[in-house]
Design a protein around this ligand. Structure first.
Ligand SMILES: [Zn+2]
Length: 272
């Protein structure tokens, strides 16, 4: 079965990972800009990263028959550095017209600081000005509930925000309902140690239904599994869920969300 991984940090992965993903049915990935494990020293470092995401990575993915799309931003962790954020945000619009850029992401909050919130607002306003879709990162562990609520409240304070064009990722059992009831798409990220396991993700899908829920590996440079989405598919099969439901979660749902960008096309499908 074909699937789309909507959140995968492929710059941190090897070509072997692309091969494994292709062998297990992956036809497209979307890669949000994120924190590389260290704080960058200047906006020039971000420009190199944006060129990596928009130029080199789509070519590398194409060798395995995988379409590569991306989301650009200054991530929530480095967003605490306001001078750097201002500098990067001034340069970011230069990349929005690239053919594989779907929108702004992954923006959001990390420790829910005042500076992070200001940088988050700057990104939301940039997205609105340029009619971009948005991919949201929510904080970890004890900061998650408060941070997710603050993100939703902030987004809804903008009249121009259409929740159907925003995916709020790293949802868990205690945040999924507030994301869905406010009309946003929700993402479940399948990690071996934190956030959601494939089993917990299937539990949540069984509780809330498949509408506006996507799953992804969110694989990066830390402990993570690039073929986590097939693990979820296996778990759904093991529990007796029909193939049509599995396909809706891993393929049809992502196409419905991503096709709101006129740039997205996969298997001949997407925005007309
Ligand atoms: Zn991420």
């Amino acid at each position: 079965m074909r699937y789309i991984d909507i959140h995968a940090h492929m710059v941190s992965r090897t070509t072997d990972d692309y091969q494994q993903m292709a062998l297990t049915g992956c036809v497209a990935v979307t890669e949000p800009a994120f924190w590389p494990g260290f704080d960058r020293m200047s906006a020039d470092g971000f420009e190199d990263y944006f060129r990596h995401l928009t130029d080199f990575e789509p070519q590398r993915a194409a060798k395995y028959g995988i379409q590569h799309y991306t989301w650009l931003c200054l991530n929530p962790k480095e967003g605490d550095n306001r001078p750097l954020a201002r500098d990067v945000l001034a340069r970011l619009p230069n990349y929005l017209d690239c053919p594989t850029v779907l929108g702004i992401g992954e923006i959001g909050l990390n420790k829910n600081t005042r500076n992070e919130l200001t940088t988050f607002r700057d990104h939301v306003e940039l997205a609105l000005q340029h009619h971009q879709m948005i991919l949201i990162h929510t904080p970890h562990l004890e900061d998650k509930y408060k941070g997710t609520a603050l993100i939703i409240e902030t987004l809804l304070s903008y009249r121009g925000i259409d929740p159907r064009r925003v995916l709020i990722d790293h949802a868990e059992e205690h945040t999924l309902e507030m994301i869905l009831t406010n009309g946003f798409w929700a993402g479940l990220t399948l990690y071996p140690t934190s956030k959601s396991s494939p089993q917990r993700a299937v539990d949540m899908i069984e509780m809330y239904g498949p509408e506006r829920i996507c799953v992804s590996s969110a694989c990066d440079w830390g402990p993570s599994v690039p073929v986590a989405v097939p693990h979820l598919m296996l778990e759904m099969r093991r529990r007796g869920h029909p193939e049509a439901l599995i396909q809706k979660i891993v393929y049809e749902g992502p196409i419905a969300f991503l096709s709101q960008s006129p740039k997205f096309r996969v298997d001949g499908r997407g925005a007309q």
